[in-house]
Design a protein around this ligand. Structure first.
Ligand code: NAP
Length: 332
Protein backbone atom coordinates (compact mmCIF):
# COMPACT_ATOMS: atom_id res chain seq x y z
CA UNK A 1 0.00 0.00 0.00
CA UNK A 2 1.36 3.50 -0.84
CA UNK A 3 1.80 5.88 2.08
CA UNK A 4 -0.53 8.93 2.15
CA UNK A 5 1.31 12.09 1.14
CA UNK A 6 0.58 15.80 1.49
CA UNK A 7 1.58 19.02 -0.31
CA UNK A 8 4.04 21.32 1.39
CA UNK A 9 6.79 23.91 0.95
CA UNK A 10 10.15 22.49 1.98
CA UNK A 11 13.28 24.55 2.63
CA UNK A 12 16.61 22.84 1.98
CA UNK A 13 20.15 23.89 2.86
CA UNK A 14 23.01 22.28 0.94
CA UNK A 15 26.39 21.38 2.42
CA UNK A 16 27.87 24.60 0.93
CA UNK A 17 25.15 26.68 2.67
CA UNK A 18 22.88 27.35 -0.32
CA UNK A 19 19.18 27.59 0.55
CA UNK A 20 16.45 26.45 -1.84
CA UNK A 21 12.67 26.03 -1.67
CA UNK A 22 10.73 23.10 -3.08
CA UNK A 23 6.97 22.82 -3.47
CA UNK A 24 6.65 19.08 -3.12
CA UNK A 25 5.06 16.24 -1.19
CA UNK A 26 5.94 14.44 2.02
CA UNK A 27 4.51 11.36 3.70
CA UNK A 28 2.26 11.77 6.74
CA UNK A 29 4.72 9.41 8.45
CA UNK A 30 7.48 12.02 8.03
CA UNK A 31 5.66 14.43 10.36
CA UNK A 32 7.09 14.80 13.87
CA UNK A 33 5.34 12.90 16.68
CA UNK A 34 2.51 14.68 18.51
CA UNK A 35 -0.97 14.32 19.99
CA UNK A 36 -3.06 15.81 17.22
CA UNK A 37 -2.94 15.48 13.43
CA UNK A 38 -4.56 18.48 11.74
CA UNK A 39 -5.57 18.78 8.11
CA UNK A 40 -4.55 22.38 7.41
CA UNK A 41 -7.00 24.57 5.49
CA UNK A 42 -5.14 27.92 5.69
CA UNK A 43 -1.80 29.24 6.89
CA UNK A 44 -0.36 32.73 6.56
CA UNK A 45 2.80 34.73 5.85
CA UNK A 46 4.47 36.52 8.74
CA UNK A 47 7.87 38.22 8.70
CA UNK A 48 9.28 35.27 10.67
CA UNK A 49 7.96 32.84 8.02
CA UNK A 50 9.81 34.74 5.30
CA UNK A 51 13.00 34.43 7.36
CA UNK A 52 12.39 30.69 7.85
CA UNK A 53 11.64 30.26 4.15
CA UNK A 54 15.00 31.89 3.41
CA UNK A 55 16.80 29.52 5.78
CA UNK A 56 17.73 32.27 8.26
CA UNK A 57 20.04 30.59 10.82
CA UNK A 58 18.48 32.56 13.69
CA UNK A 59 15.11 30.92 12.95
CA UNK A 60 15.79 27.47 11.44
CA UNK A 61 18.53 25.17 12.63
CA UNK A 62 17.44 21.83 11.12
CA UNK A 63 16.85 21.14 7.42
CA UNK A 64 14.84 20.12 5.48
CA UNK A 65 12.28 22.43 7.07
CA UNK A 66 8.61 23.33 6.51
CA UNK A 67 7.89 26.99 7.47
CA UNK A 68 4.56 28.31 8.76
CA UNK A 69 4.12 29.65 12.31
CA UNK A 70 0.33 29.69 11.75
CA UNK A 71 -2.17 27.01 10.79
CA UNK A 72 -5.90 26.50 11.01
CA UNK A 73 -7.70 23.33 10.05
CA UNK A 74 -9.68 20.28 11.04
CA UNK A 75 -8.57 17.57 13.48
CA UNK A 76 -7.97 14.34 11.58
CA UNK A 77 -6.87 12.24 14.55
CA UNK A 78 -6.18 12.89 18.22
CA UNK A 79 -4.85 11.02 21.23
CA UNK A 80 -5.82 13.92 23.54
CA UNK A 81 -9.32 13.99 25.02
CA UNK A 82 -9.60 17.79 24.56
CA UNK A 83 -9.74 17.43 20.75
CA UNK A 84 -11.95 15.21 18.61
CA UNK A 85 -11.94 14.29 14.94
CA UNK A 86 -13.68 17.09 13.02
CA UNK A 87 -12.90 19.90 15.50
CA UNK A 88 -11.70 23.20 13.99
CA UNK A 89 -8.45 24.28 15.63
CA UNK A 90 -5.89 27.10 15.44
CA UNK A 91 -2.15 26.59 15.98
CA UNK A 92 0.10 29.63 16.28
CA UNK A 93 3.54 30.18 17.77
CA UNK A 94 5.26 27.77 20.14
CA UNK A 95 7.82 25.96 17.96
CA UNK A 96 5.52 25.63 14.94
CA UNK A 97 7.35 26.49 11.72
CA UNK A 98 10.57 27.11 13.67
CA UNK A 99 11.86 24.03 15.51
CA UNK A 100 8.99 21.89 14.20
CA UNK A 101 7.54 21.52 10.71
CA UNK A 102 4.90 24.19 10.30
CA UNK A 103 1.73 25.23 8.57
CA UNK A 104 2.91 25.64 4.97
CA UNK A 105 1.70 22.09 4.48
CA UNK A 106 -1.61 20.30 4.09
CA UNK A 107 -0.97 18.54 7.43
CA UNK A 108 0.66 19.40 10.76
CA UNK A 109 1.08 17.18 13.83
CA UNK A 110 1.44 19.07 17.11
CA UNK A 111 1.23 18.70 20.89
CA UNK A 112 -2.39 19.27 22.02
CA UNK A 113 -1.26 22.11 24.29
CA UNK A 114 -0.37 24.16 21.22
CA UNK A 115 -3.96 24.16 19.91
CA UNK A 116 -6.81 26.57 20.55
CA UNK A 117 -10.34 25.60 19.47
CA UNK A 118 -11.50 27.93 16.68
CA UNK A 119 -13.71 30.35 18.64
CA UNK A 120 -17.30 30.90 17.61
CA UNK A 121 -17.46 34.12 15.61
CA UNK A 122 -14.39 33.45 13.42
CA UNK A 123 -14.29 31.49 10.18
CA UNK A 124 -11.25 29.37 9.37
CA UNK A 125 -10.14 32.00 6.88
CA UNK A 126 -10.68 34.94 9.27
CA UNK A 127 -8.53 33.25 11.89
CA UNK A 128 -5.61 33.29 9.45
CA UNK A 129 -6.25 36.87 8.31
CA UNK A 130 -5.47 37.53 11.96
CA UNK A 131 -2.90 34.76 12.51
CA UNK A 132 0.19 35.48 14.60
CA UNK A 133 0.18 39.10 13.37
CA UNK A 134 -3.35 39.69 14.67
CA UNK A 135 -2.69 37.78 17.87
CA UNK A 136 0.43 39.90 18.47
CA UNK A 137 -1.50 43.11 17.76
CA UNK A 138 -4.13 41.94 20.28
CA UNK A 139 -1.42 41.34 22.90
CA UNK A 140 -0.14 44.88 22.28
CA UNK A 141 -3.62 46.37 22.65
CA UNK A 142 -4.20 44.37 25.83
CA UNK A 143 -0.93 45.76 27.26
CA UNK A 144 -1.97 49.36 26.48
CA UNK A 145 -5.37 48.85 28.13
CA UNK A 146 -3.75 47.21 31.16
CA UNK A 147 -1.51 50.27 31.55
CA UNK A 148 -4.45 52.66 31.49
CA UNK A 149 -4.86 53.73 27.85
CA UNK A 150 -8.45 54.75 27.15
CA UNK A 151 -10.03 56.33 24.05
CA UNK A 152 -11.03 59.49 25.92
CA UNK A 153 -7.42 60.12 27.00
CA UNK A 154 -5.90 60.65 23.57
CA UNK A 155 -4.50 59.20 20.37
CA UNK A 156 -2.41 56.00 19.93
CA UNK A 157 0.50 55.91 17.49
CA UNK A 158 1.27 52.73 15.48
CA UNK A 159 4.48 52.19 13.46
CA UNK A 160 4.85 49.87 10.46
CA UNK A 161 1.15 50.51 10.04
CA UNK A 162 0.61 48.85 6.65
CA UNK A 163 2.35 45.63 7.78
CA UNK A 164 0.61 42.57 9.19
CA UNK A 165 0.86 43.45 12.89
CA UNK A 166 0.54 47.19 12.26
CA UNK A 167 -2.59 47.04 10.11
CA UNK A 168 -4.44 44.71 12.48
CA UNK A 169 -3.36 46.93 15.41
CA UNK A 170 -4.89 49.95 13.62
CA UNK A 171 -8.11 47.99 13.07
CA UNK A 172 -8.33 46.75 16.68
CA UNK A 173 -7.67 50.18 18.18
CA UNK A 174 -10.26 51.78 15.88
CA UNK A 175 -12.77 49.08 16.83
CA UNK A 176 -12.20 49.91 20.52
CA UNK A 177 -12.87 53.60 19.84
CA UNK A 178 -9.29 54.93 19.88
CA UNK A 179 -8.08 57.67 17.59
CA UNK A 180 -5.08 56.23 15.74
CA UNK A 181 -2.05 57.90 14.17
CA UNK A 182 -0.67 55.41 11.63
CA UNK A 183 2.99 55.74 10.62
CA UNK A 184 4.02 54.29 7.26
CA UNK A 185 6.74 54.44 4.63
CA UNK A 186 4.22 53.76 1.86
CA UNK A 187 2.74 57.01 0.59
CA UNK A 188 0.31 55.23 -1.73
CA UNK A 189 -1.31 53.44 1.21
CA UNK A 190 -2.41 56.54 3.17
CA UNK A 191 -6.03 56.34 2.03
CA UNK A 192 -6.19 52.59 2.78
CA UNK A 193 -4.93 53.22 6.32
CA UNK A 194 -7.72 55.75 6.80
CA UNK A 195 -10.25 53.24 5.44
CA UNK A 196 -9.18 50.64 8.02
CA UNK A 197 -9.46 53.08 10.93
CA UNK A 198 -6.57 55.58 11.13
CA UNK A 199 -7.52 59.18 11.89
CA UNK A 200 -4.22 60.55 10.68
CA UNK A 201 -1.38 59.07 8.65
CA UNK A 202 2.25 60.16 9.06
CA UNK A 203 5.40 59.38 7.08
CA UNK A 204 8.15 57.32 8.71
CA UNK A 205 10.22 60.47 9.28
CA UNK A 206 7.74 61.39 12.06
CA UNK A 207 9.42 58.68 14.15
CA UNK A 208 12.99 59.25 13.00
CA UNK A 209 14.05 62.15 15.21
CA UNK A 210 17.73 62.81 14.55
CA UNK A 211 18.33 65.39 17.29
CA UNK A 212 19.44 64.34 20.73
CA UNK A 213 16.52 65.77 22.66
CA UNK A 214 15.59 63.51 25.57
CA UNK A 215 11.85 64.15 25.26
CA UNK A 216 9.56 65.47 22.53
CA UNK A 217 6.10 66.97 22.64
CA UNK A 218 3.84 64.37 24.33
CA UNK A 219 1.29 63.92 21.56
CA UNK A 220 0.15 60.35 22.13
CA UNK A 221 -1.39 58.50 25.01
CA UNK A 222 0.28 55.21 23.97
CA UNK A 223 2.10 53.50 21.11
CA UNK A 224 2.53 50.17 19.34
CA UNK A 225 5.92 49.70 17.72
CA UNK A 226 6.56 46.97 15.13
CA UNK A 227 9.76 48.53 13.79
CA UNK A 228 12.37 48.87 16.58
CA UNK A 229 15.63 50.86 16.35
CA UNK A 230 15.35 54.69 16.24
CA UNK A 231 11.58 54.39 15.60
CA UNK A 232 11.05 52.88 19.06
CA UNK A 233 13.41 55.41 20.68
CA UNK A 234 11.51 58.31 19.12
CA UNK A 235 8.08 56.86 19.96
CA UNK A 236 9.05 56.61 23.64
CA UNK A 237 9.85 60.36 23.64
CA UNK A 238 6.40 61.26 22.25
CA UNK A 239 4.12 59.42 24.67
CA UNK A 240 2.43 61.37 27.43
CA UNK A 241 2.77 61.03 31.20
CA UNK A 242 2.24 57.44 32.47
CA UNK A 243 1.68 56.20 28.91
CA UNK A 244 2.72 52.81 27.56
CA UNK A 245 4.56 51.64 24.44
CA UNK A 246 4.13 48.00 23.39
CA UNK A 247 7.24 46.84 21.54
CA UNK A 248 6.94 43.74 19.37
CA UNK A 249 9.05 44.05 16.22
CA UNK A 250 12.40 44.55 14.54
CA UNK A 251 11.33 45.40 10.98
CA UNK A 252 13.63 48.45 11.05
CA UNK A 253 16.37 47.34 13.43
CA UNK A 254 17.12 45.55 16.68
CA UNK A 255 19.25 48.15 18.44
CA UNK A 256 17.90 50.34 21.21
CA UNK A 257 19.74 53.59 21.90
CA UNK A 258 17.36 55.47 24.17
CA UNK A 259 17.87 57.32 27.43
CA UNK A 260 16.06 56.65 30.67
CA UNK A 261 14.30 60.05 30.58
CA UNK A 262 10.94 58.87 29.16
CA UNK A 263 10.82 56.37 32.02
CA UNK A 264 11.97 58.55 34.91
CA UNK A 265 10.45 61.91 33.86
CA UNK A 266 7.18 60.75 32.31
CA UNK A 267 6.74 57.36 33.98
CA UNK A 268 6.42 55.65 30.61
CA UNK A 269 6.08 51.85 30.56
CA UNK A 270 7.88 49.93 27.82
CA UNK A 271 6.02 46.65 27.47
CA UNK A 272 7.71 43.76 25.62
CA UNK A 273 5.44 41.48 23.61
CA UNK A 274 6.13 37.85 22.71
CA UNK A 275 3.46 35.86 20.91
CA UNK A 276 5.22 32.50 20.60
CA UNK A 277 5.13 31.50 24.27
CA UNK A 278 2.12 33.49 25.46
CA UNK A 279 0.60 31.47 28.35
CA UNK A 280 -2.25 29.16 27.24
CA UNK A 281 -4.99 30.81 29.32
CA UNK A 282 -4.15 34.27 27.95
CA UNK A 283 -3.89 32.85 24.42
CA UNK A 284 -7.40 31.37 24.58
CA UNK A 285 -8.79 34.56 26.14
CA UNK A 286 -7.33 36.77 23.40
CA UNK A 287 -8.63 34.54 20.59
CA UNK A 288 -12.10 34.76 22.17
CA UNK A 289 -11.85 38.56 22.21
CA UNK A 290 -10.64 38.61 18.59
CA UNK A 291 -13.70 36.56 17.62
CA UNK A 292 -16.06 38.78 19.63
CA UNK A 293 -15.97 42.36 20.87
CA UNK A 294 -12.55 43.10 19.34
CA UNK A 295 -13.24 41.58 15.92
CA UNK A 296 -12.43 44.21 13.26
CA UNK A 297 -15.41 45.21 11.14
CA UNK A 298 -13.73 44.59 7.79
CA UNK A 299 -11.02 41.97 8.21
CA UNK A 300 -11.35 41.02 4.54
CA UNK A 301 -9.87 44.36 3.48
CA UNK A 302 -6.51 43.26 4.97
CA UNK A 303 -6.46 39.92 3.12
CA UNK A 304 -4.75 38.57 0.03
CA UNK A 305 -5.48 34.88 -0.57
CA UNK A 306 -2.56 33.10 -2.20
CA UNK A 307 -2.00 29.44 -3.16
CA UNK A 308 1.07 27.94 -1.48
CA UNK A 309 2.90 27.47 -4.81
CA UNK A 310 2.68 31.25 -5.48
CA UNK A 311 4.19 32.43 -2.19
CA UNK A 312 7.70 33.30 -3.49
CA UNK A 313 7.02 36.89 -4.60
CA UNK A 314 5.25 37.65 -1.30
CA UNK A 315 8.29 36.37 0.63
CA UNK A 316 10.51 38.74 -1.37
CA UNK A 317 8.13 41.65 -0.73
CA UNK A 318 7.84 41.15 3.04
CA UNK A 319 11.62 40.87 3.42
CA UNK A 320 11.95 44.18 1.53
CA UNK A 321 9.50 45.93 3.88
CA UNK A 322 6.89 46.07 1.11
CA UNK A 323 4.17 43.89 2.61
CA UNK A 324 0.67 45.32 3.02
CA UNK A 325 -1.86 43.68 5.34
CA UNK A 326 -2.08 39.92 5.62
CA UNK A 327 -1.23 37.18 3.13
CA UNK A 328 -3.40 34.12 3.77
CA UNK A 329 -2.13 30.87 2.28
CA UNK A 330 -4.76 28.60 0.77
CA UNK A 331 -3.85 24.94 1.20
CA UNK A 332 -6.78 23.34 -0.59
N1 NAP B 1 7.06 39.76 19.24
C1 NAP B 1 6.33 38.89 18.57
O1 NAP B 1 5.82 37.90 19.09
C2 NAP B 1 6.09 39.15 17.11
C3 NAP B 1 5.01 38.56 16.46
C4 NAP B 1 4.78 38.92 15.11
C5 NAP B 1 5.66 39.78 14.47
N2 NAP B 1 6.73 40.26 15.15
C6 NAP B 1 7.66 41.18 14.51
O2 NAP B 1 6.94 42.36 14.21
C7 NAP B 1 7.46 42.94 13.00
C8 NAP B 1 6.32 43.09 12.01
O3 NAP B 1 5.89 41.80 11.60
P1 NAP B 1 4.87 41.66 10.40
O4 NAP B 1 4.61 40.21 10.21
O5 NAP B 1 3.76 42.61 10.61
O6 NAP B 1 5.80 42.19 9.20
P2 NAP B 1 5.39 43.11 7.95
O7 NAP B 1 4.06 42.72 7.47
O8 NAP B 1 6.56 43.05 7.05
O9 NAP B 1 5.29 44.57 8.57
C9 NAP B 1 6.43 45.34 8.87
C10 NAP B 1 6.20 46.76 8.42
O10 NAP B 1 7.21 47.57 9.01
C11 NAP B 1 7.52 48.65 8.13
N3 NAP B 1 8.95 48.61 7.83
C12 NAP B 1 9.61 47.66 7.15
N4 NAP B 1 10.93 47.95 7.07
C13 NAP B 1 11.10 49.11 7.72
C14 NAP B 1 12.23 49.95 7.98
N5 NAP B 1 13.44 49.62 7.55
N6 NAP B 1 12.03 51.07 8.69
C15 NAP B 1 10.82 51.41 9.12
N7 NAP B 1 9.70 50.66 8.89
C16 NAP B 1 9.85 49.53 8.21
C17 NAP B 1 6.67 48.46 6.89
O11 NAP B 1 5.45 49.18 7.10
P3 NAP B 1 5.22 50.68 6.52
O12 NAP B 1 5.68 50.64 5.09
O13 NAP B 1 3.76 50.89 6.68
O14 NAP B 1 6.07 51.60 7.33
C18 NAP B 1 6.36 46.98 6.93
O15 NAP B 1 5.22 46.67 6.18
C19 NAP B 1 8.57 42.01 12.54
O16 NAP B 1 9.80 42.49 13.00
C20 NAP B 1 8.23 40.69 13.20
O17 NAP B 1 9.35 39.86 13.38
C21 NAP B 1 6.97 39.97 16.45
Amino acid sequence: MTEPTFRCCIVHKSADGRVSREFGRRSIHDLPPGDVLVRVRYSSLNYKDAMAASGHPGIVRTFPHIPGIDAVGIVESSTDSRFRVGDSVIATGHELGVERWGGWAAYVRVPADWLVPLPEGLTLEESMILGTAGFTAAQCVKALLFHGAAPQNGEVIVSGATGGVGSIAVMLLAKLGFRVAAVTGKEVMHSWLKEIGANEVLGREALQEQKTRHLLSAKYVAGIDTVGGPTLTTMLKMVSYRGCVACCGVAGGAEFNGTVYPFILRGITLCGIDSAWCPDDQRAELWTRLAGEWKPADLQSAKRLVPLAEIDSYITAILAGQNVGRVVIDLE
